[in-house]
Design a protein around this ligand. Sequence first.
Ligand code: THU
Length: 137
Amino acid sequence: MDYNELSRLAEEARKNSYCVYSNFAVGAALLTKDGKVYTGCNIENASYPAGICAERTAFCKAVSEGEREFKAIAIAGGPAGEAPDDAYPCGVCRQFMNEFVEGDSFEVLVVHKDLSCSVHTLGELLPHSFGPKSLKK
Ligand code: THU
């Protein structure tokens, strides 16, 4: 699975976004270390805080199926009906992902308008993080 294909799958997942309040559609494609892909989209709610982001939808699908080893996630987001435009993961999603991955190796792909992507480690996006190891000291 190359990162262009993972970006395309995030854009594909974005089509299922339920974003009737913000009109901001996000799709995510999460790649496991053994090559499986779990997709997700944002799902909003009339009670706004009950909504969930695309990244957490993808992680919840994967973790609830027993997956624990992850390599990368592609994120495609932007106004619904328009091309994706550099949607970086929110702080809650950065923290949520940090629970399951190593920040120095897990890669976050931010999808550009032309479906190319920028690649960051989660550690770059969430430096000095608080995670499972913090509780074991
Ligand atoms: N959203 C995501 O799905 N992922 C993020 O990392 C940022 C925000 C969603 C939440 C909400 O449905 C919409 O984008 C506007 O904030």
